[in-house]
Design a protein around this ligand. Structure first.
Ligand code: URP
Ligand code: ZN
Ligand code: ZN
Length: 461
């Protein structure tokens, strides 16, 4: 199958050029000013950008959490991702306490197989890691799951103590695996939560007020210090706050391989959203995620971090729960609101607003949504760029097309949108994976089950 993408502006993390892209049998065969010959399909990209498909390295599909299960499964979640221009995601398999890492991996393969419409990989959340289980990490890495998420928060549920974290870091170092850290100091947070509930402070906004910036800053510092002692890289997930970013900057300035991602909700939403609407404070439940949304002044720091290469990635932490029957579990007790927000479909739209507002360049947009996640998580150069030999995971992106974000038009299986009514500019008119069109003009052209499991390489930056 030979497809020519003609006349577009091809954008990578480093270059912007007017060129045709020739795709043969799912791979990029050539990039040139002009190709002659016969093609099975010609896609007109004049006046449009040709971008690498988005890579979202932080999703929670079909995940049991907070007394319920995230509302997108691998079918609905990957179809939504594709509509928004994401062609690869890395989801978190989660070890239930008392079970093996292998069981968790088998469970996640069963959830994804035959359902995913785009390519996918897994990280492994380890929740139960006594010394005699560390050997299992090697089996998981050999299966192409080359990163582990550990939690400093959620005592009794997900939290790992510092000794277990440190042992896991040492083992990861031997294996070439990357530790991803949920870096909030969870034990004092739990005390604050209990005291708030006991004092009758039960509304959603107290989710933010009981998880202060200091808890994330100290968690981030501790994670980086542990990684420094173990002599391994560390990747801080869903960084939300100025002081946590400062800890990353300090580490990086000392030459440590500390990496961090933020998420669109921390760039576009704020603690004010958690206050709900006049007369309906529970509306704030739509915005309960962890770490919590911060006051607006944090936005500028995070954008600067993205511009300055102190933050490397924007992922979504897509973890959707409907208001009905899910977020409602926490009416009258914010601590029972399932933590998480939908976002896998809206990431590229929102980040492109950053390009339009000149917060980041177009090349940096490509880098933080595709190239850097591919490099950090062992998918490069197969994914994350437009280069000869890479998978033809491509977007034809119309930079002028306006559309309005709404739960009615988005494809995520959730009964609200945090961005309801927001007009954005920029739209993927063609979304291609390995040469196959998955979404064309907003209509699904691919199918559930077409996505392939990606065995990722070990960390090599
Ligand atoms: O609120 C969030 N982030 N839910 C998903 C779990 C996590 O910590 O990433
Ligand atoms: Zn987390
Ligand atoms: Zn998460």
């Amino acid at each position: 199958m030979r497809t020519l993408i003609e006349g577009g502006t091809v954008v990578t993390a480093s270059d912007t050029q007017r060129a045709d892209v020739l795709v043969v049998d799912g791979k990029i065969e050539g990039i040139a000013a002009r190709f002659e010959g016969t093609f099975d399909e010609r896609i007109d990209a004049r006046g449009r950008y040709v971008l690498p498909g988005g890579i979202d390295v932080h999703t929670h599909l079909d995940m049991p959490f907070g007394g319920t299960t995230s509302s997108d499964d691998f079918e609905s979640g990957t179809i939504a991702a594709a509509h928004g221009g994401t062609t690869t995601l890395v989801d978190f398999a989660i070890q239930a306490k008392g079970t093996t890492l292998r069981q968790a991996l088998d469970t996640w393969h069963a959830k994804a197989e035959g359902k995913a419409a785009i390519d996918y990989g897994f990280h492994m959340i380890a929740t139960d890691l006594p010394p005699d289980r560390l050997a299992e990490m090697g089996d998981i890495v050999r299966e192409g799951v080359t990163s582990f998420k550990l939690f400093m928060a959620y005592p009794g549920v997900l939290l790992l103590d510092d000794q277990s974290i440190f042992r896991a870091m040492l083992r990861a170092g031997e294996l070439g695996a990357l530790i991803c850290m949920h870096a909030e100091h969870g034990l004092p947070i739990d005390v604050l939560v209990q005291r708030a509930i006991a004092s009758g402070h039960t509304a959603p906004v107290h989710h933010a007020l009981t998880r202060p910036e200091a808890a994330e800053a100290t968690g981030t510092e501790r994670a980086i210090a542990l990684a420094e002692m173990a002599k391994v890289p560390v990747y801080i997930v869903h960084l939300s706050a100025q002081r946590a970013l400062e800890r990353v900057v300090e580490g990086r300035d000392r030459g440590l391989p500390a990496y961090a991602e933020t998420c669109p909700q921390y760039l576009f939403c704020s603690e004010d959203d958690l206050r709900g609407k006049p007369g309906d404070e529970f509306e704030g439940a739509k915005f309960v995620c962890t770490p919590p949304l911060r006051p607006k002044h944090h936005h500028e720091h995070l954008w600067r971090g993205l511009r300055n290469y102190d933050l490397q990635v924007v992922s979504t932490d897509h973890c959707p729960f409907c208001m009905k029957e899910q977020k409602e579990l926490g009416r009258g007790d914010f601590s029972k609101i399932p933590n998480g927000m939908p976002g896998v479909e809206t990431r590229m739209y929102l980040l492109f607003e950053g390009v339009r507002e000149k917060r980041i360049s177009l090349n940096r947009f490509v880098e933080i949504t595709a190239t850097a996640p591919a490099k950090i998580f062992g998918l490069y150069p197969r994914k994350g760029t437009i280069a000869v030999g890479s998978d033809a995971d491509l977007l034809v992106w119309d930079p002028e097309r306006r559309h309005t974000l709404s739960k009615e038009t988005l494809h995520m299986r959730v009964d609200y949108s945090p961005f309801e009514g927001r007009e954005v500019v920029g739209f993927p008119t063609v979304v291609m994976q390995r040469g196959n069109v998955v979404v064309r003009d907003g209509k699904l052209a691919g199918k559930a089950g077409a996505g392939q499991f990606l065995r990722r390489s070990t960390f090599s930056l």
